[in-house]
Design a protein around this ligand. Structure first.
Ligand SMILES: Nc1ncnc2c1ncn2[C@@H]1O[C@H](COP(=O)(O)OP(=O)(O)O)[C@@H](O)[C@H]1O
Ligand SMILES: [Mg+2]
Length: 199
């Protein structure tokens, strides 16, 4: 039987892990957190000093993910990670949920997770410039890409929304979010861009 493979993507701190774990419980799914998966399976090939982040051995990870999808005794798998679209073979993907959060709220979430200075602004830049959405569009078929603005929603509301999409009760769509315009309307664009360009 073909497995259902659901990717949960989005900028660091957007809420992926919190939401993916709740979704896993609701769907009785097998769960993979790519950060732990990389560490636990020796899939880290180095460390990027400038960005202060691990470098993933992508080809090895893709192979390992294929093995798990084919061998695990659950019908549904949930794969949580901001680079999920790049490491899960496209033919395996059922849907990707790109979680989006208003950068003003996201900044608060990042501060809670103790992101500071360059890392914080680098991640905010990714959110403002749609990096995870663009990565999904480069790697996967458009019909599989669902972009959710989860600003101000509870974890349960987001999980219910994802389940409604999976059961065809709600539409899966993307391309409606424009944080640049939102920041401009609020007169905040200069302030955010100034921070970003000094990274
Ligand atoms: N819907 C939500 N409402 C309020 N706080 C949330 C929500 N989702 C996540 N959080 C909080 O935001 C922070 C980042 O969440 P996390 O799931 O670790 O994000 P990610 O896995 O995308 O880095 C955590 O402190 C988490 O408790
Ligand atoms: Mg996480």
């Amino acid at each position: 039987m073909k497995k259902t493979v659901i990717l949960i993507s989005g900028t660091p701190s957007v809420g992926k892990t919190t939401i993916a774990q709740k979704l896993k419980d609701r769907l009785n799914a097998f769960y993979i957190n790519l950060t732990s998966f990389a560490k636990g399976n020796n899939l880290i090939s180095g460390f990027d000093e400038k960005r202060q982040t691990a470098i993933i051995a992508e080809e090895k990870m893709r192979k390992k993910i294929k093995e798990i999808v084919n061998s695990v005794n659950k019908d549904i798998l949930i794969i949580d990670g901001h680079y999920a679209a790049s490491v899960v073979p496209k033919e395996y993907v059922t849907k990707i949920f790109v979680l989006r959060r208003n950068p003003i709220e996201l900044k608060n979430f990042m501060e809670k997770k103790e992101f500071r200075n360059n890392k914080l602004w680098e991640n905010l830049e990714s959110e403002i410039l749609d990096v995870c959405l663009i990565e999904s569009l480069c790697k996967l078929e458009e019909s599989k890409i669902c972009e959710l603005d989860i600003t101000g929603l509870t974890v349960d509301e987001v999980v219910n929304w994802i389940i409604a999409i999976l059961f065809d009760k709600k539409k899966c769509e993307f391309g409606k979010i424009d944080w640049l315009k939102m920041l401009e309307t609020k007169g905040l664009l200069d302030q955010y861009l100034k921070k970003i360009t000094v990274i």
